[in-house]
Design a protein around this ligand. Structure first.
Ligand code: PLP
Length: 376
């Protein structure tokens, strides 16, 4: 098997063919020439399939499951992928969700409950998720590391427990923060690796994208049917941009992880910084589990400044780091997460996403912004 960098460069790229481009351009088509029986046509109508999606889906499947066949389905956003997976649940079935995950999950939970699905929630760190499992569980949805709190759960341990209690349960992992280079849920026993590719996978802050990958053909078919029926499809241009950017995924993920650790190291030296979290920090409560199941620890660092005004002064004083939401991009961003109202975090809580700038420049910027926020 090749290394991550090689795989990222070649994933989903067609065999070399004389006088053809190495990366085929986006196929813009609402329909295709379609003689005869549509059932045997690889492409018939644009809501059902598109060769640019196919190439990206092959790439994502290869990255999430190198060496073992898997199927990826791409969606126009991470939430579209989440909704597709949640659509597998029927009234009367039960799901276990994290209570500290992505801020849209409480809303997704309400939709599930409207449909008669029983939902139990538990935090990502500790043993509460294990305790929430029971024989009625049909879907265990994990998000590790969690956004924005950066707690980590032991995927294999939870998969084993879910399998022994409820043999028919599906385990899905939101792999947004880690990316498939940082963590491979399918190798850890999960049925589905899902993500918002809007973040680090695309990494350039110009595309919204989601995906779900499994090794099960029937599961794959059900997710594809959902996409066709709901019409939640990715534009070919977005698919092409994301695929083009995958060539640098390994470079970006590695550099961003190094930069995140450098920023976390600097933040740890300042007494006004509390609750510093990054799974790559040796002293972090999540480090031991993260080190067992992750290969890169991600680009996000979270921490808390004394209050809202202090955090706002810090964000305003940063020169290289944009005050913006989302994370995982080549340009560093940071935001006061509480401004959205959703996450259960303190007013001074900052989520920092390290980009691919020089680590020394980021560290210097963070240092001067902390000083400015103190009023020094
Ligand atoms: C952003 C995010 C999502 C939602 O993705 P969109 O592309 O914004 O729809 C889901 N899960 C996590 C962990 C995220 O960070």
């Amino acid at each position: 098997m090749t290394g991550d960098g090689t795989r990222a460069v070649h994933a989903g790229i067609p065999e070399a063919e004389a006088y053809r481009p190495p990366v085929p351009g986006p196929v813009l088509a609402a329909h295709y020439h379609l003689p005869g029986d549509p059932a045997v046509a690889p492409y018939s109508y644009g809501r059902t399939g598109n060769p640019t999606w196919t190439a990206l889906e092959r790439a994502v499947a290869e990255l999430e499951s190198p060496g073992e066949a898997a199927h990826a389905v791409v969606f126009p956003s991470g939430m579209a992928a989440v909704s597709a997976v949640f659509s597998l649940l029927r009234p009367g079935e039960a799901a276990v969700l994290p209570c500290d995950g992505y801020q849209m999950l409480p809303r997704a939970r309400a939709r599930l409950e409207e449909r008669g699905v029983t939902v139990r929630v538990a935090p990502t760190g500790g043993d509460a998720q294990l305790d929430a499992l029971d024989a009625d569980v049909r879907l265990l949805w994990l998000e590790t590391p969690s956004n924005p709190g950066l707690d980590v759960c032991d995927i294999r341990r939870l998969v084993d427990r879910a399998r022994s209690l409820a043999p028919g349960a599906l385990v899905a992992v939101d792999n947004t923060l880690a990316t498939p280079l940082g963590q491979r849920p399918l190798e850890l026993g999960a049925d589905l690796a899902c993500a918002s590719g809007t973040k680090a996978l695309n990494g350039h802050g110009d595309v919204l994208l989601g995906y779900a990958v499994s090794r099960d053909a029937e599961l794959d078919a059900r997710l594809r049917e959902w996409r066709t029926e709901t019409g939640a499809i990715l534009g070919p241009m977005e698919a092409w941009l994301a695929h083009r950017g995958l060539a640098t995924l390994q470079l970006r993920v590695e550099r961003q992880a190094v930069n995140a650790l450098a920023v976390a190291g600097e933040l740890g030296r300042h007494p006004e910084v509390a609750g510093l979290r990054h799974p790559g920090l040796p002293g972090d409560p999540a480090h031991e589990t993260a080190a067992r199941q992750m290969r890169y620890f991600g680009c996000v660092v979270s921490f808390t400044l004394p209050d809202r005004e202090h955090a706002e002064r810090f964000l305003a004083a940063l020169r290289l780091v944009h005050d913006a939401t989302s994370f995982g991009g080549v340009r560093s961003t940071a935001e006061r997460r509480r401004r959205w109202g959703g996450d259960p975090v303190p007013e001074g809580f900052v989520r920092f996403s390290a980009g691919v700038e020089d680590a020394a420049d980021l560290v210097a910027d963070v240092r001067q912004a902390l000083a400015a926020a103190r009023g020094a």
